[in-house]
Design a protein around this ligand. Structure first.
Ligand SMILES: Nc1ncnc2c1ncn2[C@@H]1O[C@H](COP(=O)(O)OP(=O)(O)OP(=O)(O)O)[C@@H](O)[C@H]1O
Ligand SMILES: [Mg+2]
Length: 324
């Protein structure tokens, strides 16, 4: 495993209470594997990723438990300076909004080149050549000329390619992409996603893909982890989940209809709203919305049951769900 997150817990101490954003998340990614992370807004997908990257907003955020093993080392035990070396070089992240992640006053060539100057001690000239090469790799036309341009001179799709190039620059073992195509037009989304999937294979990287787009998941992911109220409720190989979900929440997500009028939004087949993270209901957090809920679901928190060797479900009634 490139990355193994074990029983991670993150909370945010706010004026009106403690929001329990991540409540014992366990997931892992192998080299060359794509793990898609699904779940409604507020389920803790990004906070988990930020904890892995070491870019959590602290305070108010606080990691209260767990381990983040990256290539065997617990990142939570590293000093900030060691952590910084890992971040960027071995572990990279792609965000939804390239315009606010790229530096507006530096040319893309200088930004890409900077990676090689800082981490590899290259000369400016060699770094510039590397920048052009990377822009070629992410299929930006006329890279040699465009390397002198600023982020705002690129289209949204091209900017997202630059972000991918930045993430790839030092050939990291793992990339976390947090809704990398959500802000793009549908046709451009597919191109950028294809590119990312191709490069991931080529470099044999691990990829964690946080997305609302179930179409993308079916095409590129190997495994799915479904989050609800800061927990993994189901994790399994993609084809298993599409064949028959083993958690009623996963089932609800698969039945939800994507909305074309509001990017990144779905019309949920699941009634009701996710819980207030300052006051998560006892038992299974999903019970108030679950069509299958029984008394036990209101009192006992379900463990992550082993459905089979590489499949888990946190539902007391996973068997019934699979067969239903
Ligand atoms: N900087 C912050 N300060 C305070 N609370 C935060 C902060 N970031 C996240 N949270 C809390 O953590 C919860 C989970 O946030 P997170 O960003 O992980 O959701 P998500 O699953 O990525 O949702 P989305 O699909 O909308 O991106 C939020 O609902 C909020 O309560
Ligand atoms: Mg998010």
């Amino acid at each position: 495993m490139v990355l193994e997150v074990r029983d991670l817990q993150v909370e945010f101490r706010m004026r009106d209470g403690v929001a329990k954003a991540v409540n014992g998340v366990t997931y892992g990614v192998d080299a060359g594997e794509t793990l898609a992370v699904l779940g409604e807004s507020g389920s803790g997908k990004s906070v988990t990723a930020q904890a892995v990257m070491g870019i959590l907003d602290m305070p108010p955020g606080r990691i209260t438990g767990g381990e983040i093993l990256f290539q065997g080392r617990d990142l939570l035990k590293l000093k900030e300076e060691e952590r910084r070396k890992v971040r960027g070089a071995e572990l990279a992240m792609i965000f939804q909004d390239a315009l606010s992640s790229l530096n507006p006053v530096l040319t893309v060539g200088d930004q890409l080149g900077e990676m090689f100057v800082v981490h590899r001690g290259m000369s400016r000239k060699d770094a510039r050549a590397k920048a052009v090469e990377l822009m070629d790799r992410v299929r930006i036309p006329a890279a040699r000329e465009r390397v002198r341009q600023y982020p705002h001179q690129f289209s949204g799709g091209m900017r997202q390619r630059i972000m991918i190039a930045m993430a790839l620059a030092l050939e990291p073992a793992l990339i976390i992409a947090d809704e990398p195509t959500t802000a793009l037009d549908v046709t451009v989304q597919a191109q950028v996603m294809d590119l990312l999937a191709d490069l991931q294979r080529e470099y044999n990287m691990g990829l964690i893909l946080i997305t609302h787009d179930l179409g993308v998941v079916a095409d590129v992911a190997d495994r799915i982890a479904v989050m609800y109220a800061g927990r993994i409720v189901e994790s399994a190989p993609v084809h298993d989940i599409y064949k028959a979900p083993a958690h009623p929440y996963t089932k609800g997500l698969l039945e939800s209809i994507p909305r074309l009028d509001q990017k990144g939004q779905e019309l949920y087949a699941i009634k009701g709203l996710p819980p207030n993270l300052m006051n998560i209901p006892p038992g299974c957090a999903f019970n108030p919305r679950c069509p299958m809920a029984q008394d036990v679901c209101r009192t006992d928190e379900p463990p992550l049951h082993e459905v089979d060797e590489d499949r888990r479900s946190a539902c007391h009634f996973w068997r019934e769900c699979l067969n239903g």
